[in-house]
Each structure stands twice: as C-alpha cells, then as structure tokens.
Design a protein around this ligand. Structure first.
Ligand SMILES: Nc1ncnc2c1ncn2[C@@H]1O[C@H](COP(=O)(O)OP(=O)(O)OP(=O)(O)O)[C@@H](O)[C@H]1O
Ligand SMILES: [Mg+2]
Length: 210
C-alpha cells in the first residue's frame, strides 16, 4: 500500500475534530494527492448505524465487551469499505480516532484489559496500522469542560457522560500505548490555542506528505 494513514487520538474534547478541519485545508493546499477525511466510530454507512447504537445515551445496559465488539465490527466495515481501498490507491487517509481509542476507552477505561481489546481489533483490521498518530494531550477535566461549554452546541454521548475516573483511566491507557510505540505517536500539547495545536501538528505532518 502506497498511501499514508494518519490517525488523530486523544481524550474527549481534546480538539481532534477541530484539528482535522484545519489539517484538511492545509493538506489540500500542500499536495495534489487525494485526501480522505474520516472518523470513528462510524466512517461508512453500516459503521455509522453501529455508532448510533454505541453512543445512544439510552443504552445504559450495554455491556463493556458488547461495546468493544460493536466498535470493532464497525471498524472492520470502515476499513474494508473505505480506509484500505483509499490506501491501496495511494491516497492520504486522515482518521479521527482508530484502534487506539478502543484500547484506551474499552481496554483501560472500561477495564476489559488492553490486550483483549488489541486482540479483537487485530481480528477486525488484520495488519493495518497507522503510519502516524497525533496524540492530543489534555487533562481529562479540561477536555470535558470544553465539551460542556456553552459554545459547544452538541449533546453529550453515552461515553462522554461517564465519570471523571473513567476518563482518567482512558488517559492512562493512551500513555501506555505511547510508551509501547513511541515512534508512531507524536504528542501535541492540546491545552494550547487551536492555531498553535495546528502549527505543532503541521510541523510533524508536512514533511511526511512528500
Ligand atoms: N485548542 C482549543 N482550545 C480551546 N477550545 C478548543 C480547542 N480545540 C477545540 N476547542 C473547542 O472544544 C470543543 C471540543 O472540540 P472538538 O470537538 O474538536 O474535540 P474532539 O477532540 O473532537 O472531541 P470528541 O472526542 O468529543 O469528538 C469545541 O467546542 C471546540 O470548539
Ligand atoms: Mg470529535
């Protein structure tokens, strides 16, 4: 595969979606290589339907392993329908969340175990791995504050509504992943203003687009 697979990771409210929009413009101005912007959970029609089941705040009975399996199932469909074909065509794929999110949220946050979640995701994505992962680092309460702020006009989903201790465990999960694969991850201080977050991200990505 000749494509470039970039993922953006980090806790809720870190600014991932905000950064993706800025990167979309910058990449388009920098290179003629086609760019696919996508996100998880979801990213394809079937996977978006699975997303709605997972994030529905009414689904308070959902078991942690059910949640992890649904995420992996949606991811499988997203990889097969969208990510892999784009990479095979040599395109750049920029994905808002991927396997690392499941390992941090379900593996560590829910306490299923990171290894178990890595295993079901290996079944789902086979050997696909991001080339670059930008990790937007922010204190859990700061990220949640952003989501809850008056300026953010969207409803909170089932995972965002979890206790702060859950979100702190998620962050620990990410830290372990970074420790295990320091070459793939680039840490960005996401407490900075959006323009500075973008500047740091762009300094990492720009040289890799050639
Ligand atoms: N660097 C920043 N500083 C302050 N506020 C920010 C910053 N980046 C984004 N925001 C604001 O914080 C809120 C959450 O941002 P955004 O949706 O980009 O985060 P996210 O990481 O995609 O969250 P989620 O995990 O819920 O998808 C938005 O209201 C956004 O405008
Ligand atoms: Mg987002």
């Amino acid at each position: 595969m000749n494509g470039l697979f970039i993922t953006i990771e980090g806790p809720d409210g870190a600014g991932k979606s905000t950064l993706v929009k800025k990167l979309q413009t910058a990449v388009a101005a920098e290179t003629k290589r086609p760019l696919v912007i996508t996100r998880e959970p979801g990213g394809s029609e079937i996977a978006e339907e699975i997303r709605d089941i997972i994030l529905n705040p009414l689904h308070t009975k959902m078991d942690a392993r059910t949640e992890a399996l649904l995420l992996a199932a949606g991811r499988r469909q997203h990889v097969v329908e969208k990510i892999r074909p784009a990479l095979e065509r040599g395109e750049i794929v920029l994905c808002d969340r991927f396997v690392d999110s499941s390992v941090a949220y379900q593996g560590q946050g829910r306490g299923i175990g990171m290894d178990k979640v890595i295993a079901i995701n290996a079944f789902a994505v086979e050997d696909l791995k991001p080339d670059i992962t930008l990790y937007l680092d922010i204190a859990s309460d700061e990220g949640l504050k952003r989501i809850k702020s008056k300026h953010s006009n969207r409803k909170q989903d089932r995972l965002e509504l979890e206790e702060i201790t859950f979100h702190e465990k998620v962050r620990e999960g990410y830290e372990q992943l970074i420790e295990e694969d320091p070459n793939r991850f680039s840490r960005i201080d996401a407490s900075q203003v959006p323009a500075k977050v973008f500047e740091d991200a762009w300094a990492i990505l720009k040289p890799r687009l050639k």
